[in-house]
Design a protein. Sequence first.
Length: 139
Amino acid sequence: MGDMMAQIEVFPVWLQWWLRWMQVVLILLPLVFIRYREAQLLIVAQVLNFIVGYAVFQWEGQQVTKLFGLGHVFWAVAYIVILLRWRRGAIDISGRPFYAAWLVVAMATLTVSLPLDAYDLYQYANGLRMPMSDYYARP
């Protein structure tokens, strides 16, 4: 884990802040709202993401590459399920302002994050295999 964190520390500051934001909104806060199905979905997605992320990190020679976002496919599944539940009216946010606010922020965060992950995977599939620390160190 230390090797991974050391690599992330050389990412641009904006990206480090974005990663921290996602940790709070998509990892920490679902634990606060664990009694709700949507939070449970995001917790399961995150556990699976950690497993895949660790496997990718090992497979890539303990380097964070553009393939690292592969585990975020579980966030995509959770995102779709939550959207479908919302559309069907299966999510009751009435009288739950903090939960409602978190859910909107979490979905907005995923709306931004998932296309970025897809783009990273696209770049990886098209040959961009260097460690992300090297990628961001380029002039």
